[in-house]
Design a protein. Structure first.
Ligand code: AVJ
Length: 337
């Protein structure tokens, strides 16, 4: 099928001109190289972007419906309460870009309130999900140009250009996906988004805030074990796609809040001394050794404002819930001088 040709833009997607598909999905070799590099380190680690294959994306959606995982419902309540003001700040005739759109559920609420949006560019690493979701969106918004891009947005690639003229480019980056970046790469990514939007561009972003570690502990160690399954799926994926022989039942999910860096760390702990074969390499694990699979940084409003300012963004408006657990913020790209 045409869409599996990597790096080729405007391959014939069966839905016609208003929906053009772009594919830059990292292939098997990249995945293998990243896994071997990560597992070769003293503190073994795996890039968290690989958590989101088809099964991982489904598990993440289940996490989002857990009572203990406060982020989606808190963010949704903030969006609900202030969508009018948000849409007003964003303005009319925008080109909306979303990094890590997942199932594109959240953006629909935003699109429904925007005035004559011109184009929507959803970017996600999960090809299967993006493909089905883009088709459905194009049915719901027949006026909107939809330009899906399958890509790892931590790497650089060219964004498709919209057919119609827009008044402003705005990035939508909800769900505190920014939490997965280290502060240094978060700043870089904010710089990149400022470049993509250009002067006068906007950024509507969800940013998770520092809070009682007990709340965080519950959110990342849910009682139904969905987060554990999500974490362990990474080993199963490596088995499935790279032919490794991980025994997932010999690893255990472990997540904790690390105070000085201000992040939740997700790990997989080896339950015994064991070895794993991957691509002619033997990887040894000592009992108690961990693979670090994800970080989720929590910000203070001041800390985030300073980081964004260093990347060329001015925070125009911050909305929070009454517990101050989460924030949605609107930023404008103001070039200094
Ligand atoms: C997608 C980065 C917002 O850190 O809360 C949820 C990912 N990992 N549970 C988060 C995640 C485990 C999530 N983000």
């Amino acid at each position: 099928m045409g869409y599996s040709r990597r790096g080729v833009s405007e391959v014939g997607y069966p839905l016609g001109k208003r929906l053009r598909w772009h594919d830059f999905k990292p292939g098997r070799e990249r995945f293998l190289a990243d896994v071997l590099a990560g597992l070769g380190k003293w503190q073994k680690e795996l890039p968290c972007k690989y958590l989101y294959d088809e099964r991982g994306s489904r598990l993440y959606e289940r996490i989002c419906h857990l009572e203990e995982y406060y982020i989606p419902r808190t963010e949704a309540s903030i969006m609900d309460a202030h969508i009018g003001e948000m849409a007003g700040l964003i303005g009319r005739r925008v080109r909306l870009i979303e990094y890590g759109c997942g199932n594109c559920e959240k953006v629909r609420f935003l699109l429904d309130h925007l005035e004559e949006p011109v184009a929507y560019i959803p970017i996600d690493i999960s090809r299967e999900q993006l493909r089905s979701v883009a088709g459905r969106l194009s049915d719901v918004y027949p006026e909107l140009e939809i330009l899906p891009v399958c890509a790892d947005y931590t790497s650089r690639f060219a964004l498709p250009t919209a057919g119609r003229q827009s008044l402003r480019a705005v990035v939508y980056f909800p769900g505190s996906t920014i939490s997965n970046f280290t502060p240094a790469s978060a700043r870089q990514f904010l710089e990149h988004m400022a470049q993509v939007c250009g002067p006068g561009g906007g950024l509507l972003i969800g940013v998770d805030l520092k809070k009682d570690p007990a709340v965080l502990h519950r959110a990342y160690n849910d009682s139904q074990g969905v987060t554990a399954a999500f974490n362990l799926n990474l080993l199963e994926r490596i088995n499935r796609e790279l032919g490794a022989d991980f025994q997932p039942e010999q690893f255990e999910h472990y997540a904790f809040y690390n105070y000085p860096p201000g992040r939740v760390e997700m790990h997989l702990i080896s339950q015994r001394d064991q070895t794993v074969r991957l691509d002619n390499t033997t990887i040894t694990f000592a009992r108690g050794e961990t693979i670090w699979t994800e970080s989720s940084y929590k910000y203070s409003l001041d800390g985030f404002r300073e980081m964004a300012a260093a990347a060329g963004w001015r925070v125009v408006r911050v909305w929070t819930d009454d517990k101050h657990w989460f924030s949605v913020q609107y930023l404008v790209n103001v070039p200094s001088d």
